[in-house]
Design a protein around this ligand. Structure first.
Ligand code: EPU
Length: 337
């Protein structure tokens, strides 16, 4: 176990905000996590469990305990002729899991290549890209109840997955800490190539493999999204809004080129990036905060930004989109403090 006091979180949030936490604790096993959860001082303090901080916006220093898992490891739990089940420690780097699966020729998560963050957070957030979401492969999620200390194995259905949503994100539910997840991959991969320009990227590749798809997805992401190690950011800042089809039809009278993708019955998903670009924000710089010039859904720290500056720019964007389109953008990024 590692415990630090008055600790900088600069390396623990991909906006690279120089905030500090009163305490920082890292545990290496479920047993150590149990000791932390049962500690009386811990129970009295404000606390937050984080992954690699690729979806967090710290507004202030954190006057409590930031907890981080170091439970790693990928193991084959079960195998048949067609499937393989991998049990993954929550602190495993998600892209390492994808690389491992792809190197074995196992399919299911190749479209989720190069997404920053750790496996546990990926399962909580229901990460998604290029037509695939992690919920498509999750079998079970193992988690500890922070209040009762009980371990529970969630089935895929128990996780109540939706777009960038799971049971673990609902603040009205009991708080759980995810320790492991098990995913089911296919030994006879059926590729998902219908999103955007993925097929074009694969070009002349007549019979693409999972490795080809990983390469293509990585190339698209590298072109469109800034590398957080170079330019602090948290990927998509907002979720893509889901609106009723009738609303879209009314909007199309004024904006015939508004893009939309099918969502739940009678609803469509509108790309927030398009709405933000239409409001003129793409590529804009406001002091040390900017809207990325190649993808308007990404807010970037141009150097030395504070969390509140990013939040202010996000608020101006929300207001502009509301006033122009009557659509409410909801942050995908979690605000802390
Ligand atoms: N668009 C614009 N201008 C922009 C950006 C996008 O007009 O500046 C429009 C274009 O019409 C484009 C469409 O939006 O065709 C979709 O853009 P893109 O394919 O880049 O995807 P997105 O909807 O902006 C979502 C996810 C990404 C994921 C991509 C690819 C959300 C909130 N974001 O973005 O996830 O990588 O699809 O599947 O759902 C993340 O969550 O951090 C993330 C990066």
């Amino acid at each position: 176990m590692r415990i630090e006091q008055n600790y900088s979180l600069e390396k623990h949030n991909t906006f690279h905000l120089p905030v500090r936490t009163r305490w920082f604790m890292e545990y290496d096993s479920e047993e150590e996590l149990g000791r932390i959860l049962r500690d009386e001082y811990f129970q009295e303090c404000l606390s937050l469990h984080i992954g690699s901080g690729s979806n967090l916006l710290f507004i202030n220093d954190y006057n409590g305990i930031i907890v981080h898992s170091r439970i790693k490891g990928i193991s084959v739990e079960r195998e048949t002729d067609t499937s393989v089940w991998l049990r993954i420690g929550a602190a495993e780097v998600w892209d390492d899991v994808v690389a491992y699966a792809v190197s074995n020729g196992w399919g299911g998560i190749e479209n989720l290549s190069l997404i920053p963050g750790e496996a546990g957070a990926a399962a909580i957030q229901n990460i998604g890209a290029y037509g695939v979401e992690i919920k498509d492969v999750v079998e079970t999620v193992e988690a500890y109840n922070q209040l009762t200390f009980e371990r529970r194995v969630f089935t895929n259905a128990d996780c109540e997955y939706g777009y960038r949503y799971s049971y673990f994100k609902n603040e009205h539910n009991d708080p759980y800490i995810v320790t492991y997840l098990t995913i089911r991959l296919s030994k006879k991969p059926v590729l998902s190539l219908d999103y955007g320009n993925l097929r074009d990227e694969l070009g002349a590749c007549a019979e693409p493999t999972v490795a080809d798809v990983r390469k293509a997805v990585s190339a698209i992401r590298r072109r469109k999204l800034p590398d957080p190690d170079v330019l602090g950011n948290a990927g998509s800042f907002f979720m893509n809004p889901v609106i009723p089809v009738e609303r879209l039809e009314r909007l199309r009278e004024r904006y015939p080129d508004i893009p939309a993708y099918p969502a739940a019955e009678g609803k469509v998903k509108v790309p927030a990036g398009w709405l933000i670009e239409r409001c003129g924000f793409k590529g804009q710089k406001h002091g040390s905060v900017g809207v990325y010039e190649k993808q308007a859904l990404v807010l970037v720290n141009l150097g030395g930004a504070q969390g509140y500056e990013i939040a202010l720019l996000a608020e101006s964007i929300r207001t502009a989109v509301r006033e122009r389109f009557d659509i409410e953008l909801m942050p995908e990024v979690k605000y802390v403090g």
